[in-house]
Design a protein around this ligand. Structure first.
Ligand code: NAD
Length: 348
């Protein structure tokens, strides 16, 4: 089975790629490398070579907004008698703060990019899609854990682009029943790294998320961790989030493929998280305990666009996808730290 994996060189995409290849899928990674390194692909290949695994992997440097090139990708695949069976779409921009500064860029890349992809998939009659949505779409929810059917009210442009894309899926699905198979996976906070340490999270510039910031402080690349607000209405004043091991998240995509393959037509919105909320201070304590590193930190004012508390109800994923997260917070800390120790400067 051939999978087109957009954004496959990024943090989440690279882990999905590795799992797909290990399980015998034919993978075509499409990425513009605007937020990732081409070294990722070499790492994946050398990991598989070292394990003596036969695999089918191709890469194309393409911006998802380039309709002509997208057409060519689908067309060539048909000509070469290996048509794309399913698309896993991760290519996009993901920084809440950046989206507040440059919202049009986010609408362009995320929404126009996805529209292009859907138009091309329709033209080439490829109707199966797994999409990377986000818990950000729930915004300031009055109840936790978050269930898929609760109010959608994003409070930043990034989240709004994900909602627009989900709305596009709904219109498309309802306009042509029995054709499209779509799983829109609402990720919470994917963290950690592949246990081998060959791939992991390597954000360009100052990390926007807690975990890479934490590991970069631990390795000495940054002086101290910035905590955005210790005056939230939570038990210790810091924000509460749901952290899911990147391999658990990646496995959720394989389960989604199985689900799409065993259903005629569907559109499902599904939370992928651990189902547990941890505060920033709890994360620091666990990381210090698991790794023996001391994490100096400073308290900053709250960031615009952040919410106090956000964690998932994952019963739908468990039931529909027959999937459950298997890895603990301790495992997340150990694997994330292993990656950072083996790659103090990331991929560079
Ligand atoms: N990491 C998270 O915490 C998180 C949470 C929820 C949802 N998501 C979503 O998951 C997806 C992947 O996230 P990630 O953490 O791996 O991010 P990432 O930035 O590491 O990966 C995204 C990849 O997409 C590529 N890309 C960006 N714009 C592109 C374009 N116009 N054309 C082609 N490729 C392009 C980047 O080069 C990068 O390799 C994103 O859509 C993001 O919104 C991420």
């Amino acid at each position: 089975m051939r999978v087109l994996l957009t954004g496959g060189s990024g943090f989440i995409g690279s882990h999905i790629a590795l799992l797909l290849l290990e399980r015998g899928f034919d993978v075509l990674i499409l990425d513009s490398f605007v937020n990732s390194s081409t070294n990722v692909i070499n790492r994946i290949k050398s990991y598989l070579n070292n394990k003596d695994l036969k695999y089918k992997l191709e890469t194309i440097n393409c911006d998802i907004r380039d309709k002509k090139l997208l057409d060519k990708v689908f067309n060539d695949s048909i000509k070469e008698k290996k048509p794309i069976d399913i698309v896993i779409h991760l290519a996009g921009l993901k920084s809440v703060s950046e989206s507040l500064i440059n919202p049009l860029h986010y609408w362009d890349v995320n929404v126009i990019g996805t529209l292009n992809l859907l138009l091309t998939m329709k033209e080439y009659e490829c109707y199966s899609l797994v999409f990377s949505s986000s818990a950000t779409i729930y915004g300031l929810s009055d109840s936790v854990p978050m269930t898929e059917d609760q109010k959608i009210s994003p409070i930043n442009p990034y989240g709004k682009t994900k909602v627009a894309i989900e709305n596009m899926f709904s219109d498309l699905y309802h306009s042509s029943m029995n054709l499209w198979k779509i799983c829109s996976l609402r990720y919470f906070n994917p963290v950690g790294a592949h246990p081998s340490g060959v791939i992991g999270e390597d954000p360009i510039g100052i990390p926007n998320n807690l975990f890479p910031f934490l590991t970069q402080v631990a390795i000495g690349r940054r002086k101290h961790l910035q905590i955005f607000g210790d005056d939230w209405e939570t038990k210790d004043g810091s924000g509460i989030r749901d952290y899911i091991h990147i391999i658990d998240l990646a496995e959720g995509h394989l389960s989604s493929i199985d689900y799409l393959n065993s259903n005629d037509s569907c559109l499902e919105f599904i939370n992928l998280g651990s189902g547990i909320g941890y505060s920033v201070f709890q994360i620091i304590s666990q990381f210090e305990l698991s790794t023996g590193c001391k994490i100096p930190y400073s308290i900053q004012r709250r960031r615009d666009g952040d919410v106090p508390i956000c964690y998932a109800d994952i019963s739908k994923a468990k039931k529909l996808l027959d999937w459950s997260p298997m890895r603990s917070l301790e495992q997340i800390c150990l694997d994330g730290w292993n990656w950072q120790m083996k790659n103090p400067k990331g991929y560079s």
